[in-house]
Design a protein around this ligand. Structure first.
Ligand SMILES: NC(=O)c1ccc[n+]([C@@H]2O[C@H](COP(=O)([O-])OP(=O)(O)OC[C@H]3O[C@@H](n4cnc5c(N)ncnc54)[C@H](O)[C@@H]3O)[C@@H](O)[C@H]2O)c1
Length: 393
């Protein structure tokens, strides 16, 4: 089979840009050529390019002119503008999570703790509409980089739901760890919110995806979220918080804990936890309670491997698993963390879609429903958990 060659550009040169680069190189269904990278931080961007033998571009436009696909690995505040610039040039746009959001009114004294959250919901919905309109007009598509959709455990659960005609009654899931590394995360004006959007988007999108799969399998129609109740808390900003140095504790105006209770249009439910206060490595899982089976999807940690190391320094050159605090004692090293997380499968699917027109599971509508649910959740949290309806796409 003659493989098509796809030319790629990366925007951003931070944490996400690094694993994108590694996982693009694992794509095998098409030939991929990484043309170059653009970052507003010229020094960091040039170093990233040099290290990987690719070209650094001084402007986004110059890079866009050279490629078929762009990877948006920037803070969420600029996802919309970069994606629209790419779609207007008919370039496929792989957008990191969260798709978009509300990042304040630009005023100096904007504070995520105090502004009216209905403003965030209205503006996030308007941003989604602009992105969907740009996609509609474009020859290209938005490919939403939600790796949970492609994580092998979630895809196995998709197979179980499709082949057994299962009805999911309740899901509960979580993404949590000891705090995000990105300096901009912590300020609503860059991140668009805290744990609910930064972390909750992962298990939430997986839950929305599985209900979509269930609806399509049984009735040819997706089941979508209908209403949400939410509580958020800023635990590491409490006056009573005793900081022992294990958790990141410099958040400016975002929550570090959230719980969303979602009711779907068939009356079934999901509970999604997200937080920055969990020690012991990344805690990413989704449990499905269905009418004919029960599944626990362990994304991280997975117990594919368990190791006991009596001396921390013996493992100094060994990567064990993301955000583990110590390598001493028992740990669950991930033999291939990217694979368990779904990154290579995600890019394989996206590039097959770009090259051969195959449908994508993680598309702009799924991303839009996720953002709509989260900002409706922020409105609910402001009302101490009152139920808020969700607009779906
Ligand atoms: N799917 C996942 O598991 C996962 C993991 C981490 C981060 N992310 C997502 O990836 C995105 C980036 O996060 P990160 O952790 O890499 O952040 P980061 O701060 O490490 O890197 C962001 C990079 O974007 C650059 N940048 C900022 N504005 C820009 C602009 N207008 N044009 C070009 N470059 C610009 C910055 O200079 C920086 O190099 C976020 O949306 C985040 O939520 C996803």
């Amino acid at each position: 089979m003659n493989k098509k060659t796809i030319r790629i550009g990366i925007v951003g040169s931070g944490f996400a840009a690094k694993f994108h680069f590694e996982c693009i190189r694992r794509v095998h269904g098409t030939n991929v050529e990484i043309e170059g990278i653009f970052d507003i931080n010229t020094k960091q961007g040039s170093a990233y390019a040099r290290k990987r033998g690719i070209q650094f571009y001084k402007t986004l436009e110059e890079l866009l002119d050279k490629v078929d696909v762009i990877h948006v690995c920037t803070p969420p505040v600029v996802h919309e503008s970069i994606a629209i610039a790419a779609l207007e040039r008919d370039k496929f746009t792989i957008v990191e999570k969260p798709l978009t959001g509300y990042f304040g009114d630009g005023s100096k004294d904007f504070n995520g703790d105090t502004f009216a959250k209905q403003t965030a919901l209205d503006n996030a919905l308007a941003s989604i509409e602009r992105m969907l309109a740009a996609e509609e007009k474009s020859q290209a598509r938005i490919l939403y980089a939600e790796n949970w959709v492609y994580a092998p455990s979630i895809q196995k659960e998709r197979e179980i739901i499709e082949k057994t005609g299962a009805q999911i009654l309740w899901m509960h899931g979580e993404e949590a760890h000891s705090g995000s590394h990105a300096a901009t995360y912590g300020f609503w004006k860059f991140s668009g919110g805290g744990s609910a959007i930064g972390k909750g988007c992962h298990p939430l999108t997986a839950a929305l995806y599985l209900k979509r799969v269930e609806g399509l399998a049984r009735n040819g129609k997706p089941i979508q979220p209908k209403a949400v109740s939410c509580r958020t808390h800023a635990l590491t900003r409490l006056k009573s918080f005793k900081d022992e140095g294990h958790l990141r504790a410099d958040y400016h105006d975002i929550e570090d804990f959230s719980i969303m209770h979602i009711v779907f249009d068939d009356g079934t439910i999901a509970d999604i936890f997200a937080s920055e206060i969990v020690l012991g490595g990344v805690h990413n899982w989704l449990e499905v309670a269905a009418n004919n089976h029960r599944t626990i999807c362990n994304i991280n940690p997975s117990t594919a491997m368990q190791t006991y190391n009596p001396v921390d320094k013996n493992f100094k050159d060994i990567y064990v698993v993301e955000k583990i605090g110590t390598k001493q004692g028992w740990s669950a090293p991930s033999p291939d963390e990217d694979w368990f997380t779904g990154y290579p499968q995600e890019f394989e699917a996206f590039y097959r879609s770009v090259a051969y027109g195959e449908p994508v599971e993680s598309d702009s509508r799924l991303a839009a429903d996720c953002i709509s649910t989260i900002y409706s959740a922020y409105v609910s949290a402001e009302k101490a958990g009152a139920e808020v309806p969700i607009k779906t796409f």
